[in-house]
Design a protein around this ligand. Structure first.
Ligand code: GAL
Length: 676
């Protein structure tokens, strides 16, 4: 299988199932409920290490054999996890050095999960062993839909094993200690190293750490965890299992992985996505997670986990409601997910997450919650034609790209930046939200990627840029591309060394501007620009060298100086936004720019009425997903049929608020929103 080819015959529906937490009578009930809801996939083994290997080297698999027999008889397939995210007590007793160490030197103890030191040889060996053992026993099982390696890699270790591995990684990256000293600016505060062996992970220290050391440690940690994942994959392959391999990424709150290089090592990308807002923004968040996962995967992807019941926000869980839960599931599928999988199947009676939502709630199958799950199962069954892949081209056509790279996330987490209120994910998400609100499809773009499909590219808070990345951007613009660059982009090189001579140093020539001072605004203060738009958080003292001014500051000492500029380069143009856009200003300017470029929404007029429309391409057909989040009925006309209701849309299909439809259409068939 090549990445981008993951095409199960049906939408995968189900979730994490932990039969080891229950007795066989509950297994019977579970299987009966799974049949009722048309569940076709479960994920097994995620945290089952102590059940599979209760003492070192003694493997107990009869319970899993029995579970597989039962689900196979019920026609249910499975992802099999390697349980390495939660080593069992015997392991940590025997190998206390394999427990992770915090920057302050605290060595964590057993008692939760994810307590592993990724570079500890004993941990790596035990992980390889159990991965191999599982592959030997189950690697050619006909129901195996894929290997789910580990769970949400992401524990950072600052202990002695990490120290040695970090030193070796640095030696490979820099070659000589002089090169490292230059890149890290170790002349500052007397940090000059004579040997790689003197370097430690960034640990608790008297005052600020070195930012170059901090970001390199994040890169190293991502690479180290990736190496551990690849080792598991190789064990599995070495015993002949050819089932697709994935590991579940996690959004949105933390990010310890550089997803593009991780995607290269998997057959399909999978994502755990937990919404963090209950307002209308939850729907925009579904789209954001989906567009990231599809872009990382380079096509179809697997939604491995979501919360069935509610959204956790402000310390409480807010119920989603059946229609909304269904619209969210369809929102992921519209943007390339081949699944609707959940954490978890049955709500746990005990253990740390006993209050986390599940498909089967504590109250059981005779509940409104489970009725919604059954409704969802019926809907997903009718979506089987959607999972077939188009013969060529993308799943969702998009002319807009947003650059994504974990380096920028990590750079903005280094200490003592000009403002401590900076967040890469907030900037990127706000940019994506603007296009979502306009109904315009978006891809995320890997640095140095082929941009021939994208006419508009946005760089939001892309703080570090390498030489190659700068050249790539210049070529995009020269060749006719439209580039938008926001503040905090291009200030530094990949070692977080500021490009001097005026901000943003890496892009100064391309943008035709020169900034002298970065002037963050006090929290809560809003200023108005000369075009009437508002800004918050950030301003710059800027002059143009070779660009026109689209909007000027109007306040204080910056009054009448450039705020937003535009330069022409070759056949293209580049806009620089030096002020912190409010969401409204960002929405307004980006949708106006898209309109100017002739980039249209999927269904013009729909987004304004709360109707989300996404066109997913499949084999010989398009599927138009219509998700109605708005408050008044809407009618859509297209020459096709709704897979969900069976109704024809040829004369117009009416959707009430909360409803959804998935129209099967001829490729590129026209679609219209009718006036009510
Ligand atoms: C995920 C994790 C699951 C479960 C879930 C709860 O991040 O993979 O095991 O803990 O969160 O939201």
């Amino acid at each position: 299988m090549t990445r981008g080819d993951y095409a199960p015959a049906q939408v995968l529906f189900g979730g994490d199932w932990s039969p080891e937490q229950w007795d066989p009578a509950t297994w019977d009930e579970d299987l009966a409920l799974m049949r009722r809801a048309k569940v076709n996939t479960v994920t097994l083994g995620v945290f089952s290490w102590s059940a599979l290997e209760p003492t070192e080297g003694a493997f107990v698999t009869d319970w899993l054999d029995e579970i597989l027999e039962r689900i196979t008889a019920a026609g249910i397939g499975f992802f099999l996890a390697t349980p390495t995210a939660s080593p069992p007590p015997w392991f940590t007793r025997a190998h206390p050095d394999a427990l992770p160490v915090r920057p302050d030197g605290t060595r964590l103890t057993h008692g939760s999960r994810d307590t592993y030191a990724i570079s500890a040889p004993a941990y790596r060996e035990a992980s390889r062993r159990i991965a191999r053992r599982l592959a030997e026993r189950y690697g050619d099982h006909p129901g195996l839909r894929g290997w789910h390696l580990h769970n949400e890699y992401g524990t950072l270790d600052h202990g002695p094993h990490a120290e040695r591995a970090f030193q070796a990684w640095l030696a490979r990256r820099y070659g000589t200690i002089d090169a490292l000293n230059r890149a890290w600016t170790t002349a500052f505060w007397s940090q000059g190293y004579a040997d790689f062996a003197e370097i430690t992970p960034p640990r608790a220290t008297q005052y600020l750490p070195n930012p170059a050391q901090a970001i390199d440690f994040r890169r190293f940690s991502s690479d180290e965890m990736l190496a551990a994942m690849v080792e598991q994959r190789e064990e599995i392959r070495s015993v002949g299992s050819t089932a697709p391999v994935t590991t579940n990424f996690m959004l949105p709150t933390w990010n310890h992985l550089e997803q593009w290089s991780w995607a290269d090592e998997q057959d399909v990308v999978s994502l755990d996505h937990y919404l963090d807002t209950v307002g209308p923004d939850a729907e925009a968040h579904v789209a954001y997670g989906s567009d990231l996962a599809r872009s990382w995967s380079g096509g179809p992807w697997v939604l491995m986990e979501q919360n069935a019941r509610g959204i956790r926000v402000d310390g409480r869980t807010v119920a989603k409601g059946a229609d909304r839960m269904i619209r969210h599931c369809l929102g992921y599928i519209a943007r390339g997910s081949q699944s609707s999988l959940f954490f978890q199947w049955r709500q746990s009676a005990g253990g740390s997450e006993q209050w986390h939502g599940a498909l089967v709630p504590h109250a059981g199958g005779d509940t409104r919650g489970f009725a919604a799950v059954e409704r969802l199962g019926g809907i997903l069954e009718r979506l089987a034609p959607v999972t077939a892949l188009p013969a060529d081209g993308p799943l969702v056509r998009s002319e807009v790209g947003i650059l994504w790279h974990a380096d920028a996330w990590w750079a903005l987490e280094t200490p003592d930046l000009p403002s401590s209120h900076l967040s890469y994910s907030a900037e990127v998400r706000a940019t994506h939200r603007s296009f979502w609100r306009a109904g315009i499809p978006v891809d995320f773009v890997r640095p140095l990627a082929d941009l021939s499909a994208h006419r508009l590219l946005v760089l939001a808070a892309q703080y570090p840029l390498s030489d190659a990345q700068v050249t790539w951007l210049e070529e995009f613009v020269e060749g006719g591309g439209e580039l938008v660059v926001t503040y905090l982009s291009g200030l530094a090189d990949e070692h977080l060394r500021i490009a001097t001579g005026g901000y943003p140093g890496r892009l100064r020539e391309l943008l035709g501007v020169r900034g002298e001072e970065l002037l963050p605004l006090p929290a809560g203060e809003r200023i108005t620009l000369s075009d009437g738009s508002e800004a918050e958080g950030w301003t710059e003292l800027l002059e143009t060298t070779d660009a026109e001014v689209l909007a000027a500051y109007t306040h204080g000492e910056l009054a009448s100086l450039p705020a937003i500029t535009r330069a022409r380069r070759g056949a293209g143009r580049v806009t620089y936004v030096s002020a912190g856009w409010t969401q409204e200003a960002r929405d307004q300017r980006l949708s106006a720019l898209a309109a100017e470029l002739g980039i249209s929404p999927t269904l013009p007029g729909a987004a304004e009425r709360g109707l989300e429309a996404v066109r997913r391409r499949s084999a010989g057909a398009d599927h138009l997903f219509l998700l109605h989040h708005g408050a008044a009925p809407v009618t859509v006309r297209a020459d096709g049929q709704d897979l969900l209701s069976g109704d024809s849309a040829t004369g117009g299909l009416r959707l009430e608020p909360g409803e959804s439809a998935v129209l099967g259409l001829a490729p590129d068939a026209p679609i219209t929103l009718l006036e009510d």
